[in-house]
Design a protein around this ligand. Structure first.
Ligand code: FES
Length: 136
């Protein structure tokens, strides 16, 4: 028990620790990593043959590729769109679902069109064989 508490205090951000202690704060827990934009290196290549991308095999298949902070959706046999997975409302990167060609953020239920004409930041993509290139 003592070790668990010590581990919690080491890993929890300060506002969480203070609120557990009954000290109210108006602050959010985030790290610099959360604030980083996708494609920090300018572009990435994704091997679509990896099992984690299996959902992208069929049209309308999508994934939240959190490792690269990208929402990916296949819109045709030859095109996959890529978006910044930060919600335009308050930046949530998880909790996405897809309905009627819109991504829905579970935090406050807002909908964002799953095309490059909406509010989600869209990136340039190209498919060559099993390689998807996503670039700024
Ligand atoms: S953070 Fe996404 S709807 Fe509010």
């Amino acid at each position: 028990m003592k070790n668990k508490r010590r581990e919690f205090l080491k890993t929890a951000c300060a506002p969480v620790v203070l609120s557990v202690l009954g000290i109210p704060l108006v602050a959010a827990c985030s790290s610099d990593e959360d604030a980083e934009e996708p494609l920090a290196q300018g572009s990435i290549e994704i091997d679509l043959s990896q099992s984690q991308f299996r959902a992208l095999e069929g049209v309308n298949g999508w994934i939240n590729y959190t490792a690269e902070k990208l929402l990916l959706i296949r819109v045709s046999t030859s095109e996959i769109l890529a978006f910044n997975n930060a919600c335009p409302h308050q930046g949530n990167r998880n909790g996405w679902s897809l309905q009627n060609n819109s991504f829905i953020c579970s935090y406050h239920g807002r909908e964002f069109s799953a095309d490059c004409n909406g509010s989600l930041q869209c990136y340039t993509t190209a498919i060559s064989g099993n390689t998807l290139t996503v670039s700024r």
